[in-house]
Design a protein around this ligand. Structure first.
Ligand code: BYC
Length: 472
């Protein structure tokens, strides 16, 4: 169904036929806009930004580009189209029709998952709210704002589900989504990574590469949900997510490229003296964002994950393409864990290992971008390789939490860790250096900060000197 933009809340769910829901969401809308004003991109409400807006939820031609003031962005409710024959693909309810309403016994489980997902979306906007002040170009500024607007829309997607299917509890949860704030000591966001600061653009690109990619895997698992409205919401969100990961991957790529170009031109490793970011610092930021994002997958052995699967609430990545019984009651899976001071493989029931299995899919996907970044380094003739650290490195959730493990996967004593930590994770000095490169924002069309290469092509094929943001 096409998106109806004539409504106060654009939607493709025939919202006007449900007056109660429409009114409830119209009540929430000004609160969302207040939140955007207070916690969204700082001081930007008058800017005209070249943004894409969804025009239909079909795969073809869903995006429309034009200048928009962000507070006027048409946030709304867009679900992928319904397959009337869809059945649940796994677990105890395998083969039964997907649920169009929330089964009573799954209410609190589903609400919790939707709230956790919903909480991350505004959190990321809050984390990124000051980055516009130091954008390395208009192109990057526009991409930041596009992502912020779409994360805002992802919040709308979850708030719609809470309002439409969870009654008063859902409405209260929707309020809370605007009341918790990233890094707030009293009311923090739910998941760890969403309370970390994103103070500079290297962090932003690492975040959109690694943490948005967790989003891809979690949304893909929730897209397998037996609760059809959740599945359809996540399917549409996934289309938007792809651009965010592109921004991360190409952003890091451009920083690496610039660093390599300067190293080559000046025959030096000391690119800091040239105002660029050295490869070891990029590696440290990578280590940090990768391990923080690995934590987002939860415990390696999780009864929660087993229950979600058995009940048909959350599936595996691309569940329907996997060839097995989709019950997993008899299978096993090997997880890495620490026992008696050593990293060992442990065989656990496949059902319990679903978080770890998703984490493994994610790790493999993360590796693909590194291949491309390393190709740029190799092509410059530089002897350096960016690497993903071991899955146990600097973890705070799961079996590796509290263990001291090196990036190459060795168990360390506290003293060994302390002696090396500054080589593996950004130090205060590294962060201060990267921060010192940031800003003021580069606002001349076609110009880029010294520490980043221009992109290969413009958004929507626009020329290099395109004015992506107009300041008013
Ligand atoms: N931080 O059995 P476990 C995105 C808790 S990103 C804090 O493993 P489960 C985006 C856990 O709650 C994707 N606490 O849990 C990206 C549990 O607590 P209880 C967001 C954590 O449920 C960029 C206990 O530890 N979406 O979209 O299997 C920009 C036992 O753990 C953490 C989702 O996450 C943590 N990291 O797994 C914008 C999908 N990990 O029960 C957006 C929805 C675990 O003991 N969420 N705990 O009180 C889920 O599927 C699950 O909640 C999790 C956790 C995978 C996160």
């Amino acid at each position: 169904m096409a998106i109806d933009y004539s409504q106060l809340i654009p939607n493709n769910i025939d919202l006007s036929s449900d007056r109660r829901l429409q009114r409830a969401l119209e009540n929430w809308q000004p609160r969302f806009l207040d939140w955007w004003k207070d916690m969204g991109p700082d001081g930007t409400s008058a800017f005209d930004v070249y943004l894409r807006t969804a025009i239909s939820a079909d795969a073809n031609g869903w995006a429309n580009f034009g200048y928009v003031k962000m507070p006027d962005y048409r946030w709304g409710i867009f679900l992928a189209s319904q397959d009337p024959n869809r059945v649940i693909a796994y677990g105890d309810n395998k083969g039964k029709p997907a649920w169009q309403e929330v089964p009573g016994e799954l209410r609190s489980t589903l609400r919790r998952l939707i709230v956790t997902q919903g909480d991350t979306e505004p959190a990321s906007v809050e984390q990124q709210r000051l980055l516009g002040k130091t954008a390395p170009s208009l192109y990057d500024l526009r991409n930041l704002f596009q992502i912020n607007c779409e994360e805002g829309r992802h919040l709308w997607a979850m708030v719609y589900l809470l309002h439409a299917y969870f009654g008063r509890d859902g409405r209260e949860e929707a309020e809370m989504l605007l009341e918790r704030h990233s890094g707030d000591p009293d009311k923090p966001r739910i998941l760890g990574a969403f309370n970390e600061a994103t103070p500079d653009w290297l962090s932003f690109f690492m975040f959109t590469y690694f943490t948005d990619r967790d989003g891809k895997y979690q949304l893909a698992s929730l897209a397998e949900s037996g609760f059809d409205p959740l599945s359809r919401s996540c399917r549409f969100m996934l289309i938007e997510e792809a651009h965010h990961m592109f921004v991360g991957e190409s952003g890091v790529q451009r920083i690496v490229q610039r660093t390599c170009d300067l190293m080559k031109e000046n025959k030096t490793d000391d690119v800091r003296s040239l105002g660029a970011i050295d490869l070891p610092t990029i590696q440290k930021y990578l280590n940090f964002h990768f391990s923080v994002s690995l934590d987002l997958f939860g415990q390696e052995a999780s009864t929660n994950a087993a229950n979600y699967y058995t009940m048909g609430v959350k599936g595996r990545y691309l569940e329907t393409r996997i060839e097995d019984d989709h019950l997993l009651t008899s299978g096993t899976y090997d997880i890495d864990t620490v026992e008696d001071g050593r990293i060992v493989k442990k065989t656990v029931p496949a059902l319990a290992a679903l978080n770890e299995r998703l984490r493994q899919d994610y790790i493999e996907d993360c590796g693909r971008g590194l291949l491309r970044w390393n190709r740029a380094i190799e092509q410059a003739g530089i002897d350096f390789e960016l690497k993903l650290p071991h899955r146990g490195f600097d973890r705070h959730i799961g079996g590796f939490a509290g263990q001291r493990i090196s990036p190459d996967g060795r168990m360390l004593s506290e003293a060994e860790w302390a002696a090396n930590e500054s080589k593996w994770l950004p130090t205060a000095e590294d962060r201060a250096y990267v921060t010192s490169l940031m800003g003021p924002a580069v606002i001349e069309p076609g110009k880029y900060a010294n520490w980043i290469a221009p992109p290969l092509r413009g958004i929507n094929n626009q020329p290099g000197n395109f004015e992506y943001v107009r300041f008013n």
